[in-house]
Design a protein around this ligand. Structure first.
Ligand SMILES: Nc1ncnc2c1ncn2[C@@H]1O[C@H](COP(=O)(O)OP(=O)(O)OP(=O)(O)O)[C@@H](O)[C@H]1O
Ligand SMILES: [Mg+2]
Length: 506
């Protein structure tokens, strides 16, 4: 159905994102596009969607050469795309977003009723539940993703490009999402999916194309290639998939959360009398389906939200009424869940982002020591293999995974007392996951206490010393024998179908 040949893309700043790349997609298949961070996957798909102009190369649709000069042209050819970082207008409703720029009109007026109905019809056809009149800003990530997909479907896309759609989903949500994809496939849709999750490729994809350094490495039948082979082709070496945390005798209590309660307007209790602690060298993992209080807890822990009862002690000192900066100065690091919103300043350089939380280390209080900035940023770039031209490059020009590496590099540069790591490996490639896991374990050997929030169960099982399961604002299980518990059992706790009688937190 689609063939892209000899595609090269050199960005204005000279970065070669695609180098003679090739991809071939069969009608009606689910095709995986894989490769390490910065390999050029998003760029290749943006070219197919008319968002980027290739420096050279040709695109064929059903054997006819096509010039896809804009997303409008792509839409007219039946190609739709859901981006790695969503492109929705938060202030508008679901229906308004779905039909943005393609509003249904009647007598020159926007026919809002018709748009609402159409969204309902579409959603029903593809087995998604969504309220057309809800304001998009109020939606959860899963819901927002549905809006993006509906947007493409409403534009009559028959070929859907999905850039890391599952990076933001929990395992349960991913399975729901895959059901929708299967349904689309049954109805004759063609799907291209970019993902770093090899088990997902094995589960849902028919064929896979692997890229490295902007180049085409190979195309394979998914049935005939193993996960280990895929990762080797991606990064060019063997990757250790599960770095196990070694037993470390926990030290003193670093974090003590006591009777924490958070009630939101309307009286809903989102955190109900939560108590737990985290010790030096210990990794405590907060598990739960999204919306069960984990986010609110992290917001409070990091000083973003100060409206709660109960108290939180960091090395014995109450963090109440302390600002985000004061809490950081007390030794808390934070890898936030949403990198583009809270993790980086997109319009600043890599160097500025890397030093932004430790100005004292690179200045004498008045002047910034440029040499020191250079050292710190080179160190971050090298140790995390951030794929960039140099440290002055703006962060918004980095690939998604490389942006994440900037955040992790900054937050783990100094040894923190407490590391709050919220989805630390979201969107990073298998090689970088290995590196980040080693880094976190290494911090534990230097007495850092780690609070990990992750929806990646492989990550949870390889890193966690203890798992606290959140359900409806309560801790329903404190799992100390992580090695013995199965994914199924953890799932039962997460879904609220099982709880420990008396949860002991220490
Ligand atoms: N707008 C841009 N201007 C300049 N360089 C860019 C731009 N967008 C991407 N790049 C560079 O092009 C290369 C490929 O980026 P791309 O986003 O296609 O990678 P990717 O394979 O999608 O990676 P990831 O898995 O991290 O999302 C990277 O080196 C990136 O820094
Ligand atoms: Mg990408």
């Amino acid at each position: 159905m689609i063939r892209m040949t000899n595609i090269s893309k050199i960005y204005d700043n000279g970065i070669v994102a695609n180098n003679n790349a090739f991809i071939e997609i069969f009608a009606g298949e689910i095709h995986a596009l894989a490769g390490e961070n910065g390999a050029g996957k998003s760029t290749l798909m943006k070219i197919l969607y008319g968002l980027e102009k290739p420096t050279s190369g040709k695109i064929y649709l059903n054997d006819h050469e096509v010039m896809i000069t804009s997303p409008l042209v792509a839409n007219s050819l039946g190609i739709g795309m859901v981006h790695q970082h969503f492109m929705l207008v938060n202030e508008l409703t679901v229906a308004e977003n779905v039909f943005l720029g393609k509003e249904i009109t009647k007598n020159l007026m926007i026919d809002y009723k018709k748009m609402t109905e159409s969204v309902n019809e579409l959603a029903e056809k593809f087995g998604m539940s969504i309220h057309p009149e809800e304001i998009v800003g109020n939606l959860s990530i899963v819901q927002k993703q549905k809006v993006e997909i509906l947007k493409a479907l409403a534009r009559k896309a028959k070929i859907l490009i999905l850039d890391e759609p599952t990076a933001v989903l929990t395992p349960q949500e991913t399975q729901e999402f895959f059901k929708q994809l299967e349904l689309l496939k049954k109805q004759g849709y063609t799907i291209i999916i970019i993902t770093h999750k090899l088990n997902e490729i094995k589960q849902i994809c028919d064929r896979i194309t692997i890229m490295r350094n902007g180049k085409f490495i190979g195309m394979y039948d998914v049935k005939e290639i193993s996960e280990a082979e895929i990762s080797k082709l991606m990064v060019g070496r063997d990757v250790i998939h599960e770095i196990k945390k070694t037993e470390i005798e926990p030290g003193a209590i670093v974090l003590a959360v006591n009777h924490l309660t958070k009630i939101v307007s309307g009286g809903k209790i989102v955190l109900n009398n939560i108590s737990f602690s985290c010790k030096q060298g210990e990794i405590v993992c907060l598990c739960g389906v999204e919306g069960n209080g984990q986010r609110e807890l992290i917001d409070i822990m990091t000083g973003f939200d100060q409206d709660y009862s109960g108290n939180i002690l960091l090395n014995g000192i109450n963090i109440a009424k302390k600002s985000i900066k004061q809490i950081r100065d007390m030794g808390e690091s934070h890898i936030p869940e949403d990198r583009t919103l809270f993790g980086v300043d997109l319009s600043s350089s890599i160097a500025d982002n890397l030093i932004s939380t430790s100005l004292n280390d690179v200045s004498n209080g008045i002047f910034i020591n440029k040499k020191r900035v250079e050292e710190v940023s080179q160190d971050g770039i090298h140790s995390y293999q951030i794929k960039c031209e140099d440290a002055t490059q703006k962060v918004n020009m980095l690939s998604g995974g490389n942006m994440q590496k900037v955040v992790v590099a900054r937050e783990t540069k100094k040894i923190p007392s407490l590391l709050v790591a919220n989805q630390p490996t979201r969107g990073v490639d298998v090689g970088a996951i290995e590196f980040i896991h080693k880094k976190i374990i290494n911090l534990c050997h230097h007495q850092t206490a780690v609070l990990l929030v992750s929806s990646d169960l492989t990550e949870v099982f390889s890193l966690a010393d203890r798992i606290l399961v959140f359900y409806a604002g309560n801790i329903v299980a404190n799992i100390t024998n992580v090695k013995e518990i199965t994914e199924e059992e953890l799932g039962l706790y997460m879904l609220g179908l099982k709880r420990m009688d008396e949860v002991k937190y220490e």
